[in-house]
Design a protein around this ligand. Structure first.
Ligand code: SF4
Ligand code: FES
Length: 146
C-alpha cells in the first residue's frame, strides 16, 4: 500500500514529501540539516531556515520526492529543467537511474503514470513502487558494479 504524502506548511513555503519516491540519497539531510533531520519526529521543520535556502536544498532532491510551493514565486529551477532539450540519465552508484529533463512515464497501454523534470527509476528490482526507486536498494545491499 502506498505511503501517505506528508505536507509541511510554512509562512513562505510549503513542502511536500512523497515517501514512495524517496531514493534515500540523503541529499536533503546533508544539504540543510537544520530543516531536514530524521531524528526528529517531525523530520521537516520549515521554520528553521529561509524559504530560499529550503527551496535550494529541495532542488537537489534527485527524485522529486521533495517538492515545494512558494506563494507568489514561480518554480524557477523546475521550469528551467523542464525546458532543457536533452534528458540526462545518470546511473547513480549502487542506486537508481536518475532521469533529468522532460520525462513522462507511461504504461504499455499509454496511461501516464508520472510526468516530472526529475524521476528516479529502480534498477535493483526490489522496489515496492514499480518502476520508481523508493530506497529499497539500500536494505537489499544492491551493488551497481556487479
Ligand atoms: S530522495 Fe529526496 S527526499 Fe529522499 S533522501 Fe534524497 S533528497 Fe531527501
Ligand atoms: S534502485 Fe532504489 S529501490 Fe531499486
Amino acid at each position: 500500500m502506498a505511503k501517505r504524502i506528508q505536507t509541511y506548511e510554512g509562512e513562505h513555503i510549503t513542502v511536500t514529501f512523497d515517501p514512495n519516491l524517496c531514493t534515500h540519497s540523503a541529499k536533503c539531510l546533508s544539504g540543510l540539516p537544520a530543516v531536514f533531520d530524521v531524528r526528529r519526529r517531525k523530520w521537516i521543520d520549515v521554520t528553521r531556515a529561509g524559504a530560499d535556502d529550503i527551496a535550494l536544498a529541495i532542488d537537489q532532491c534527485p527524485s522529486r520526492a521533495l517538492r515545494y510551493v512558494r506563494p507568489g514565486v514561480a518554480p524557477a529551477a523546475s521550469a528551467a529543467e523542464a525546458t532543457q532539450s536533452v534528458t540526462v540519465v545518470t546511473l547513480s552508484t549502487d542506486g537508481p537511474l536518475v532521469l533529468q529533463g522532460r520525462v513522462r512515464v507511461q504504461t504499455a497501454a499509454g496511461e501516464v503514470v508520472r510526468e516530472a523534470d526529475r524521476v528516479a527509476l529502480c534498477r535493483c528490482g526490489g522496489t515496492r513502487n514499480q518502476p520508481f526507486c523508493e530506497g529499497s536498494h539500500l536494505t537489499a545491499g544492491f551493488k551497481s558494479t556487479r
